[in-house]
Design a protein around this ligand. Structure first.
Ligand code: BGC
Length: 416
């Protein structure tokens, strides 16, 4: 029979072995709103259950511009975090600087190639090697509506076309409520604009203008129509919109002060955190004219090269956890997005997530699946940054002509 002292020694050895490989992961992200913070906390919990220490590096600011500025200064100072929320073409830019770690051994062991849609896997790789791990698929072309407000205003259900939308907005205004909850920050203006352009011009136009940056599309009559429609949406926002954070705009819809918000499904994280039920308290519908399209926004963590062996182990465990079924389910239930890992059980997800999941697959087959330019999935950050500013200049200046707006956005798109 094993003696108690021997048992104690064995236990001590196991604990020591675990402790030796327990490391710290410092994770940079911008998930500070209610639903976002809950989601990030789930990842922290999983890492702690593996014995690692989570060092939270949260930089507030929707859309992530502030976080990216802080990240640059940390990397330049030679002190990068283990992981940072970096998306789309920016992953390639960071990798080309030679600062990202190779995640191939984790990816191979966990079979990422067979668990991810190819369009997503390609974005996570640099020169064929994984350098980032994806967490979710957000859909950007959503319109959120408060059911009670629509009822009060006499609007029967979510409008499907822009004409229907403006008719509904008029009714809400007449009922003394705010038709569109908006936060006047450049990334929110751009988020609304890409949905309007998608609805006005369709996925083919969107792709030409915002992915291929085709000059003809950017200066077309369709683009003028998109800007006119965008300006008309602004006329239904309230005077306090400038500078407002996106989650405060969502709160206006939750609290029955406003009818609609154009925002990606991280907004659903706020409804969920407020215990609101889709189909009953609120409605999720594709932005007018965009039901057959899907603007995708995949959040991901790029991993930086680290020297310390325990930190490297913690980093590899983080990468594996992110793609694991446990995390993919619990994180996305809170975040409002859908799992990026294929063949996940969607039983616990709500109807909005189920619709998103169905539309993601359908549009990837039929051709309406397009990357979100406002959320850094379509073009390099320098280009989207310049376009974002041009769109906001138009939004903020009612005296700027549509023709000048078109010109300045096309000029910004030509940024090298
Ligand atoms: C990110 C989301 C985030 C949102 C608001 C988006 O760019 O992809 O994860 O919730 O910004 O901060």
């Amino acid at each position: 029979m094993i003696k108690l002292t021997q048992l104690a020694t064995a236990v001590a050895m196991v604990v020591a072995a675990n402790a030796a490989m327990a490391g710290e992961v410092e994770v940079l992200h911008w998930w500070t709103a209610g639903g976002e913070a809950k989601s990030a906390a789930e990842l922290k919990k999983i890492m702690q259950s593996k014995g690692h220490t989570w060092k939270d590096f949260a930089v507030a600011g929707g859309g992530g511009d502030n976080a990216m500025t802080v990240l640059k200064s940390r990397v330049v100072a030679g002190n990068p975090p283990a992981a940072a929320q970096i998306k789309g073409p920016a992953i390639q830019e960071w990798a080309s600087e030679g600062v990202l770690a190779n995640l191939d051994s984790v990816a191979k062991a966990e079979k990422w190639d067979s668990l991810l849609p190819k369009v997503v896997a390609d974005v996570m790789k640099y020169k064929g090697n994984y350098v980032a791990a994806p967490v979710n698929v957000h859909r950007v072309n959503w319109m959120w509506a408060n059911a009670a407000v629509l009822k009060k205003a006499g609007v029967a259900g979510a409008p499907k076309t822009w004409d229907e939308f403006f008719a509904a907005a008029e009714k809400v205004k007449k009922a003394g409520l705010i038709p569109v909850a908006h936060g006047g920050q450049n990334w929110q203006d751009f988020t609304t604009f890409e949905s309007v352009a998608l609805g006005v011009g369709g996925a083919g136009f969107y792709n030409d203008a915002f992915v291929k940056l085709d000059k003809k599309a950017l200066t077309s009559a369709t683009m003028s129509k998109a800007l006119e429609t965008f300006r008309k949406v602004k006329s239904y926002t309230d005077a306090a919109a400038p500078g407002r954070d996106w989650n405060l705009a969502t709160a206006m819809v939750i609290q029955e002060k406003a009818a609609f918000q154009f925002m990606g499904d991280w907004a659903k994280g706020e409804f969920t955190a407020a215990n609101k039920v889709p189909g009953k308290d609120y409605i999720c519908a594709a932005a007018p004219g965009t039901a057959n399209a899907f603007t995708f926004n995949v959040d991901s963590f790029a991993m930086f090269k680290l020297k310390d062996a325990a930190a490297q182990k913690a980093q590899a465990d983080l990468a594996a956890a992110i793609m694991g079924t446990e995390f993919q389910e619990v994180f996305n239930l809170n975040k409002g997005s859908i799992p990026v890992r294929l063949n996940m059980d969607m039983a616990k997800f709500d109807d909005c997530a189920k619709l998103s999941s169905k539309d993601f697959v359908a549009t990837s087959k039929a051709g309406g699946l397009v990357p979100s330019i406002a959320h850094e999935m379509a073009v390099p950050p320098a280009v989207s940054g310049a376009m974002k500013d041009a769109v906001s200049q138009f939004w903020n200046n009612d005296k700027m002509s549509v023709a000048d707006g078109v010109k300045s956005i096309a000029k910004a798109a030509a940024t090298k």
